[in-house]
Write a protein that binds this ligand. Sequence first.
Ligand code: IMP
Length: 179
Amino acid sequence: MPNICIHDKIFTPFLNAHIIGEKVDALARQISQDYAGKKPLFIPILNGSFIFAADLFKKITIEAEICFIKLASYKGTRSSGQVITAIGLDIDLFNRHVIIVEDIVDTGKTLSAFLPQLIHQQPASLKIAALLLKPAATQFPVTVDYTGFSIPNKFVLGYGLDYNGLGRNFAEIYELLEQ
Ligand code: IMP
């Protein structure tokens, strides 16, 4: 895979589609096993998680529901961390087994701001599945229960993740080439 140029920056291949696919399948198998008989409710956070959530959900083999929501904005190559609003959550979470689906947990600010709102609704359980986790970037600790890949503290795009709106459509994940 060659390097790519998005806006003003060069990105280099980091995780190929095959490796991502295998990891997503493994996560789906684990979740299907852990939640058998519990009819979990998947809540993916848009926009970044739409591809991961779709691929994951396709491989879930048990009865499950999904409800996409939109929460926060992210500008440039650093997390703004600003939660704007939560829209689209039209299912009652009371007594439900909820799995939040995130593309990436960076500083943790987005989830740490949002989780109390969900806990308030008294779900039976609340866990987080994130494709990517940047442990070195953590500022607001959140427990990620299902992690795809722990990655270095570098900006990445592709497979749903963007850099200023572009790059979501790549099947692979690229990392910013520091120059
Ligand atoms: P956090 O609140 O800092 O954990 O950031 C969470 C959100 O920021 C993610 O859901 C992404 O939308 C965005 N984000 C964080 N790091 C990256 C990155 O490396 N590439 C693209 N988006 C990112």
